[in-house]
Design a protein around this ligand. Sequence first.
Ligand SMILES: Cc1cc2nc3c(=O)[nH]c(=O)nc-3n(C[C@H](O)[C@H](O)[C@H](O)COP(=O)(O)OP(=O)(O)OC[C@H]3O[C@@H](n4cnc5c(N)ncnc54)[C@H](O)[C@@H]3O)c2cc1C
Length: 287
Amino acid sequence: MTSRPASLAQVPQLLLGPAWARLESVQPDVEGISTFWLRFEDPDLAANYRFEAGQFNMLYLPGYGESAISISSDPATPERLGHTIRVVGNVTRAFSRLHVGDLVGVRGPFGSSWPIDQLAGQDVILATGGIGLVPLRPVVYRLLAERQKYGRIVLLYGARTPGDLLYTGEFEAWQAAGIEMVVSVDRADENWQGHVGVVPMLFYRLRVDPEKTWILSCGPEIMMRFVVYEALARRIPPERIFLSMERNMKCGQGFCGHCQLGPLFICKEGPVFNYQTLEPYLQVEDF
Ligand SMILES: Cc1cc2nc3c(=O)[nH]c(=O)nc-3n(C[C@H](O)[C@H](O)[C@H](O)COP(=O)(O)OP(=O)(O)OC[C@H]3O[C@@H](n4cnc5c(N)ncnc54)[C@H](O)[C@@H]3O)c2cc1C
């Protein structure tokens, strides 16, 4: 287990130029999504790099460009970094053609993180859809590393079909370690035994204690809007609801403005925001 730095200010941050990391392995997750495991070439950097759950790196492939990608692995083992990537366009398609041993440029870690230090003694609901589970997997690892510190931990997770569910190979271990899992799909197949329907509907299967429940949510924006609606309806206050936002990003550090939402830079002040901060901008039509 790697010791954690007292503050991120002590962590070497790769802000402008990328550092090279070697692709150690590729784990296909589901159709079109794989986890790429990277290790920095520079041994000092490999030993000293740290990240918090919810942060992302800018990953660079020469000739293709850079993409913001959440770190999906355990913050306790930062020497080996997992990034779970869905193929959607130019850069991500180039990732799907990489081979073990290839080099990837990494800048980061960037952005805010989930409020894990505030969750001691509290109930936690992780409400996520599709690839939204990626930045929440490090939270699962952090919470399970000290399971006794927290109250109930519930993972509400949905995907389009059973074949789109990520990290299913870990579900049994997560449940055995003390996570209540409620999994749902939009469209079942003949073997599906679980729930059918969208993630916010899964709140109807839970009793929540509004005095001590925190919501951490990441997924399609429409899903998060309804997660917020269900949480507020259960009198969970806005300051205990956290959302991870996604926008097209370029610089990753608040210079270029590509990811701006009102006055907020999603790359710098986010991607994880308290709902109190986000609320005025979520009211804007088609934001
Ligand atoms: C903080 C953050 C964390 C992210 N984490 C992950 C992750 O863990 N795994 C992952 O697979 N992806 C993640 N993404 C999304 C990822 O950055 C984009 O999918 C990727 O940059 C697309 O690059 P591309 O060159 O392959 O696609 P492009 O050729 O640039 O674009 C293909 C299409 O996707 C659209 N697009 C590009 N980026 C985004 C975006 N961020 N949001 C919505 N539409 C977009 C484009 O407008 C275009 O229509 C994250 C984004 C952010 C902002």
